[in-house]
Unconditional design. Sequence first.
Length: 115
Amino acid sequence: MTRSRHDAERGSVAAELALALPAVAITLLLGAGALGAAAQQVSLQDAAADAARLLGRGESEATAHATVAAAVDGARASSASRGDLVCVSARIDAQIGRLISIPLSASSCALSGGL
């Protein structure tokens, strides 16, 4: 009984798939996590701009900080006046999976006393 070349290589495809599949899965999960972090960065920047405009119109710091916290879960905000400008900085630790944490920050300024 002789074995053909096809029979001798029959298990190699399964072994290659078993090695490649986890790498592909990890790459896809990290890519999806990176896209989620990018979306959080955009939301954080938008929330900081909204909070700065609220402070510029004379709203309280509590209202502006609550706007940031409501827009992005877990976000922290701080504000400061710089001459005629009022600036808001927002921060969050974005989670990619359970092991990777990326600090994200955004800041925005608005002219104080505006309507």
